[in-house]
Design a protein around this ligand. Structure first.
Ligand code: GAL
Length: 703
């Protein structure tokens, strides 16, 4: 096994033969070398001699030591547990994540351990991680203590089948290969972050830093019914404006294509005969338009013939699957999008079904499919979404316009890709665990809202959305907004619920909360971009005191930016036990003060969840929420949370909110500091962006 240091705290490892196709060769952005080199150095917390690489008759195997009590987080978008110790994870990009075995839209071969290290396997192949699920017999001599087994007879199901982790090892296997390559990340708790957060930030910076959204991307998204024609879309767009819903992105689903599925990428002459005019009207109503599509190209598409030489040997939905790892194929696919769609002002795309499926027939290519580049179907299931995103990203970048889109699969090093992951699974409980899990692997996931079992379900789903990377109502299969009727059958029968006015007003209130937080979240995304800190992440990442509580009846929470924490709840969680991290916190809704480092049992109405703001923080709250999409000056109210501390701080990052000029230094950072009831505002790097599109209102003091 070769292990070489490549950056402070980052080590490259390999043994045997390296694979021909490795994801690190196709990264969207180069690693943030300057930032990485500026981080303090740290050693791996495990002895390099205890990391064993072997090429076996099955493939390549790596074995790492595991200690009792060590928690393991990551593996991409996982539902269920946060701590993966005691779990076997079959990491395979797959839309049908049956049985919670590790298959996922985003199954990433990366984990971080509370010991203070992380590992990513640089492979496009499916992998299998066993996190202390089995105990080696003698062959692996470990210095770590072994699990104390009680010498009794196990008879109950709980005894036999509960998740148990054995002192011993973590193994990761890639089948059919003759070697392994990857990176190890060390975390340092002296770095100002906890060691887990430090590992995750090194992984994100190594991946190229987090994506920077346009400001409108952080507002509210609404996707209209897939069967709508342009008149119906315009009616829906007007209705949202008439009802004063702060929707910044309107998504068109498959019906805009002349054929879907597979896709022509051409507006249908019947349903969208006047599409140029329709798109203009939508722009005039201040919508950013997002288009649904597949990568599967229909024979009627103008790019079918040119792409045929670059297609796989299997079709999907009657269309060809282009090998977008090849430059020529990307130029054809991208060139068409550029000329016909970006030219019309389309702000982004939603790439559906780029994952794969084992159990839903007819719409995926097999693992043994052959692509002209030599990449096979198994590898392409992981990488097609990445090549797709690269194709689109490059077009927008050339136009100096930021995009923000959606994608149904992600793989390793995905932090810089400006597409948010979404899923077809719909259990709210799963959504919550996926939001909690995603940040460890540097991915951003949207727990979109489609239908609801009732008012409480709708409200709680909206609240989860507010404090996640994206709040989206994806009403692709119903004609009316959910506040008119959240039930599928009732919605299609056009039955308006008796309390629909109340539902509408509450949905608007939720959307307003989200949008008022957009500048705060934008600032958090800037930190993601430049420092690698995920804007939404489980409390376990930053707060060691919140670890080890998952199986003790506590609900789990997330950091939303650096100063807000939220605990998403499902419809029937009206009284909950939570553990508040150390410090002083204020309830976001009532401003009641709480002392952290303790557990609480708290009651919540259906329109609230536990949300707390940190003592000493200043939140830049947007008052005129429409400004996120209508381009007017942002009116920012600094909310100062201060009673115990003598000084409170906050920052607000601003730029032109839409181009890549910030990369050349065109941005400003407001620095708020409050003392003795007075707010002082200064700027860092004022390049003319402060003041220009921001008005700072009088501060409000809480506490
Ligand atoms: C699904 C997708 C949905 C919606 C639908 C449209 O595959 O997950 O979000 O876009 O297709 O037909």
């Amino acid at each position: 096994m070769q292990i070489n240091k490549i950056f402070p705290g980052i080590y490259e490892f390999s043994f045997g033969e390296r694979e021909q196709f490795e994801p690190s060769k196709y990264m969207l952005e180069p690693s943030k070398t300057e930032k990485l080199n500026a981080l303090s150095d740290c050693r791996l917390p495990i002895d390099a001699d205890l990391i064993i690489g072997e090429v076996t008759g099955r493939g390549a195997l790596i074995t790492l030591p595991y200690s009792n009590g060590e928690e393991i987080y990551g593996f991409g978008l996982q539902s269920g547990k946060i701590n993966q110790a005691g779990c076997k994870r079959l990491l395979k990009t797959n839309a049908d994540a049956q049985g919670n075995i590790g298959n996922s839209h985003s199954a990433i071969p990366f984990y971080v351990s509370t010991k203070g290290y992380g590992i990513v396997l640089d492979t496009m192949r499916y992998t299998c991680f066993s996190c202390a699920t089995s105990k080696p017999h003698k062959t692996y001599d470990l210095s770590s203590p072994k699990t104390e087994e009680k010498d009794d007879i196990k008879v109950s199901e709980a005894d036999l089948y509960s998740q148990k982790s054995y002192g011993g090892v973590i193994t990761a296997e890639i089948l059919t290969v003759k070697g392994m390559h990857g990176y190890l990340f060390a975390g340092n708790s002296q770095s100002g972050l906890d060691c887990v957060a430090d590992v995750c930030r090194r992984y994100v910076l190594f991946s190229g830093g987090g994506a920077m959204p346009p400001l409108w991307g952080l507002g509210v998204w609404y996707r209209a019914c897939g069967q709508f024609n342009e008149t119906e879309v315009l009616d829906m767009a007007s209705l949202l404006r008439d009802e004063n819903m702060p929707v910044s992105v309107l998504g068109l689903e498959p019906g805009w294509h002349s054929h879907a599925y597979s896709c022509t990428y051409k507006f249908d002459k019947g349903r969208y005969g006047n599409y140029k005019n329709t798109l203009k009207k939508l722009r005039d109503m201040n919508y950013n338009v997002n288009l649904w599509e597949h990568v599967f190209v229909h024979p009627d598409s103008d790019i079918y013939k040119p792409l045929e030489p670059y297609a796989a040997d299997y079709e999907v939905w009657g269309g060809i699957v282009p090998d977008l790892s090849i430059d020529e194929a990307r130029n054809i696919y991208g060139g068409y999008h550029d000329n016909y769609l970006l030219e019309e002002g389309i702000s982004g795309f939603k790439c559906d079904e780029c994952d794969g499926s084992d159990f839903t027939g007819g719409w995926s290519y097999p693992d043994h499919a052959k692509f002209p580049s030599g990449i096979d179907g198994e590898q392409m299931h992981s990488m097609l979404p990445m090549y797709y995103q690269k194709t689109l990203y490059e077009l927008f970048k050339r136009r100096n316009k930021r995009t923000w889109g959606e994608v149904r699969a992600q793989h390793s090093y995905s932090a810089p890709y400006p597409f948010i992951l979404y899923s077809d699974w719909y259990e709210h409980k799963d959504y919550i665990s996926m939001v909690l899990n995603m940040g460890f692997s540097g991915i951003m996931y949207s727990p979109e809202i489609r239908t609801a079992d009732g008012k409480a379900d709708l409200y709680r789903r909206m609240l989860t959305g507010i404090f996640s990377p994206k709040l989206e109502m994806n009403i692709w299969f119903m004609p009316m907004p959910m506040w008119k009727n959240y039930n599928y059958d009732g919605n299609w029968k056009k039955e308006i619920l008796p309390d629909s006015d109340q539902l509408r007003d509450d949905c608007r209130r939720f959307m307003n909360i989200r949008t008022s937080l957009a500048p705060y979240l934008y600032t958090a995304f800037y930190k993601y971009n430049t420092e690698g800190i995920a804007p939404v992440r489980a409390l376990q990442m930053d707060y060691p005191e919140c670890r080890g509580k998952e199986n003790q009846g506590y609900i789990s929470g997330i950091s939303f930016g650096d100063d807000i924490i939220a605990y998403p709840l499902t419809a029937n969680q009206l009284e909950v036990k939570l553990y508040l991290p150390n410090g002083i916190w204020y309830c976001y809704f009532t401003n009641v003060k709480y002392e952290g480092g303790k557990e609480y049992i708290l009651k919540y109405e259906i329109d609230k969840i536990p949300v707390f703001v940190r003592e000493g923080a200043i939140l830049p709250i947007l008052e005129n929420v429409n400004a996120v999409f209508d381009g007017s000056t942002l009116k920012i109210k600094p909310m100062v949370y201060m009673s115990e501390t003598k000084t409170a701080y906050g920052i607000l990052y601003t730029d032109d909110f839409k181009s890549f000029d910030f990369e050349k230094g065109f941005y400003s950072i407001y620095k708020f500091e409050a003392r003795n009831g007075k707010l002082n505002v200064s700027y860092e790097n004022n390049n003319g962006y402060a003041n220009n599109n921001i008005e700072i209102l009088d501060a409000e003091f809480i506490g």
